[in-house]
Write a protein that binds this ligand. Structure first.
Ligand code: FE2
Length: 195
């Protein structure tokens, strides 16, 4: 049997990618501002602690404001930067908007809250979910295999910066069917939402 080369199995190639749900965000995105040029220097896969630092740096720069959206119809987000090793997003949250439980497949994630607050939930096998609120400047590290649910808590809108490595090509969205947990694999740019 012909063996599939490993790089094809774990490829994080950015193209082709499934199309966005409509309406599509602005594309191409604005040129990377000089204050965020450090993003272009990432030349290898990095892990959750560095991703959280990188998100915090974007928050401290103030340039996240360029990517904020206010959309009541659906949860909206904007791409700040992507290369072969990372992709970085600014997510805007309004009341009632949330992701549902999901994982990031092979990507690790670092989060930093830029404005307002978000609430993060974790799932436990034999206990109730736990949750905590993340306020401005707070970071969270999501290593390989991380599962969470994120929702709006406070702000107009709440804004958070999320950095992924390798780029978020796929996510696993969790659903319950007849009392059993299902994992649905979906393109990384899917607008995650509860069932
Ligand atoms: Fe996530």
């Amino acid at each position: 049997m012909q063996q599939v080369p490993l790089e094809r199995v774990i490829s994080t190639s950015l193209r082709p990618r499934p199309s966005w749900p409509t309406p599509e965000p602005r594309w191409p995105f604005p040129e990377l501002p000089a204050q965020l040029s450090f993003l272009a220097e990432v030349d290898r896969q990095i892990h959750a602690p560095q991703l959280a630092e990188l998100s915090a740096e974007i928050v401290q720069s103030g340039r996240w404001r360029d990517y904020v959206t206010v959309c009541e119809e659906y949860r909206d987000y904007r791409l700040v930067y992507e290369n072969d090793f990372i992709d970085v997003w600014v997510l805007s949250w309004l009341p009632g908007q949330e992701t549902g439980f999901h994982d990031h497949e092979i990507s690790e994630v670092g989060i930093c809250v830029a404005q307002g607050a978000i609430r993060e939930h974790h799932m436990h096998l034999h206990a109730s979910d736990t949750q905590h609120v993340m306020g401005e400047g707070q970071t969270q590290q999501g290593p390989f295999g991380y599962i969470h649910r994120v929702e709006y808590e406070e702000g107009a809108p709440a804004v958070s910066v999320h950095a992924y490595s390798p780029p978020l090509a796929w996510v696993g969205q969790y659903r319950e069917q007849s009392g059993q947990l299902l994992r649905l694999r979906q393109p990384g740019r899917t607008r995650l939402a509860p069932a």
